[in-house]
Design a protein around this ligand. Structure first.
Ligand code: SF4
Length: 245
């Protein structure tokens, strides 16, 4: 298969004013529409964005599957963990368990800027009064900085997780980068079957009713039958932290 890179694509289509990353994402969605997660990852890591791609993991529920696939392809791809300072202890423990199991050689902890926190969130309660700014300081800004060397990044999002993700494509463009969502088409049953097949450990809080796990102050258990992400910022109209806007 002939695969273009971001550098090979024209900057802007003069007929449509569509940007190069947008055109590339559209093209890749057509090419990989029926590809498996492993095929998508292999192409993205070895052919589309060699040495220019990272995986971003929350080390939350279901994270082990994408990390397992990455370990099958290439353990040296940088894995970025947004260490917001607000995680459950169980998440940090799970991160260490998975990092040990998969033996990644470039696991990076991405942390908020200390001066920003001292200025805007000195007592650590910003999540109560302005969660959007809290996510900006603890997730969005640190991730943007960490992604500077990369032309693409891999996420573990799935369509089934929420209504707002129901149309999630395999490839997206954002801020001049390509986001690769190799698990987009998997559903809850697929994930559960894969965890069994590959004997993957689940997040310690998963069996306690937490189906999507973010920061401790902003994550609640989910009732059976509800969207997996309905426990995130529950009771507010906030559905995303901002890194996937
Ligand atoms: Fe802050 Fe909550 Fe966002 Fe975490 S999820 S960064 S605690 S607002």
């Amino acid at each position: 298969m002939q695969i273009d890179t971001l550098h090979d694509a024209p900057i802007v289509d003069s007929q449509t004013s569509v940007s190069a990353p947008d055109m590339l994402a559209r093209d890749l969605n057509a090419r990989f529409a029926t590809a498996s997660p492993l095929e998508i990852l292999d192409a993205a890591i070895h052919h589309l964005f060699p040495k220019r791609i990272a995986l971003v993991s929350s080390f939350g529920a279901e994270s082990a599957l994408l990390l397992h696939f990455l370990a099958e392809i290439d353990r040296s791809v940088p894995v970025l963990f947004l260490d917001t300072g607000k995680h459950f202890d169980e998440t940090l423990m799970y991160r260490d368990i998975l990092a040990g199991r998969f033996d990644f050689t470039d696991l990076r902890s991405v942390e908020p800027d200390g001066a920003d926190l001292a200025r805007h969130d000195p007592d650590g309660t910003l999540w109560q009064t302005n969660p959007d700014l809290c996510c900006q300081l603890r997730k969005v800004d640190p991730l943007l900085h960490a992604l500077e060397p990369f032309g693409a990044w891999i996420t573990g999002r799935k369509r089934y997780q929420s209504r707002t993700r129901a149309e999630l494509p395999l490839f997206e463009s954002l801020d001049g980068r390509i986001k690769v969502n190799p698990l987009a088409h998997l559903n809850a049953a697929d994930i559960e079957a894969a965890f069994k097949e590959f004997k993957l450990p689940q997040h310690p809080l998963y069996y306690d009713g937490f189906k999507s796990i973010g920061c401790k102050p902003c994550t609640l258990r989910v009732a059976d039958g509800d969207d997996a992400r309905s426990g995130r910022w529950a009771g507010t109209d906030k559905t995303e932290c901002g890194i996937h806007r």
